[in-house]
Design a protein around this ligand. Structure first.
Ligand SMILES: *Cc1c(COP(=O)(O)O)cnc(C)c1O
Length: 233
């Protein structure tokens, strides 16, 4: 189902209102929270409509699909984030075509991304994905390994370590959603207390963005609340 520009503008308005309400509830400035539109399965024309509606950041999860969209001619330039699972043998096009990678969960990936980042491009912004519940199939470094990994990634010359990302188990209750995000926030605060200068907490999706904002998210990745339900994969 294709989503029209009117729906998109209306959906974006609703997402912004949800972010603003949660931010107000905890005394945060809503401007400190960036929306990354999770645009997997959305065609280039929808991304263009979303850019016209005011979205600047787009997150893609599947590399082949993403590269086709990034290569498509675009009237409005946007910033591309890779938010999916990344295989070590697929790092080069990611290093070449994206501005951000949210799913770095092992040093080998980070080393390859750094080595393959074109010298004329600015450093690649990266987040370390942390697996809070050790769910199989989701990726992410163990919380106990996050500190050593962050220290090693921060040394890589062509990467800029920005922060942490999580994709916690789906929860329906706000309090339970908050517990996962609070845990990522704790790791983030520990790293900064140990001398890192992280500014990004990539957490929260369509179903749990309020909980994420209440726990300090600076970047929320929103798919269905903007674009409607995805077609089955
Ligand atoms: C698809 C996706 C999202 C957005 O999920 P919605 O529930 O549709 O908002 C966020 N993060 C990642 C990593 C995704 O793959």
């Amino acid at each position: 189902m294709l989503i029209g520009p009117q729906n998109l503008a209306e959906n974006l308005r609703k997402v912004r209102a949800r972010i603003a309400a949660a931010a107000a509830q905890c005394g945060r400035n809503a401007d400190s929270i960036t929306i990354v539109a999770a645009s997997k399965s959305q065609p280039a024309a929808v991304i263009e409509a979303a850019a016209r509606a005011g979205l600047e950041h787009f997150g893609e999860s599947y590399l082949k699909e993403a590269l086709e969209k990034i290569a498509a001619p675009a009237a409005i330039p946007v910033t591309w984030h890779f938010i999916g699972r990344l295989q070590a043998n697929k790092t080069r096009p990611v290093a070449e075509s994206f501005s951000w990678v949210h799913s770095v969960d092992r040093l080998r990936l980070a080393q390859r991304l750094s080595a393959q980042r074109p010298y004329h491009a600015p450093p690649l912004n990266v987040c370390i994905q942390v697996s809070l519940a050790a769910e199989p199939g989701k990726g992410g470094a163990a919380p106990a390994d996050a500190r050593a990994l962050a220290a090693a990634v921060a040394e890589l010359p062509r990467l800029k370590l920005r922060g942490l990302m999580c994709l916690p188990p789906e929860e329906r209750l706000l309090e339970r959603q908050r517990r996962w995000f609070a845990e990522l926030r704790r790791i983030f605060d520990d790293l900064n207390a140990a001398g890192a200068s992280l500014d990004t907490l990539s957490m929260g999706m369509s179903g749990d963005l309020e909980a994420a904002v209440l726990e300090g998210a600076t970047l929320v990745r929103i798919g269905t609340a903007l674009f409607g339900p995805r077609p089955p994969a």
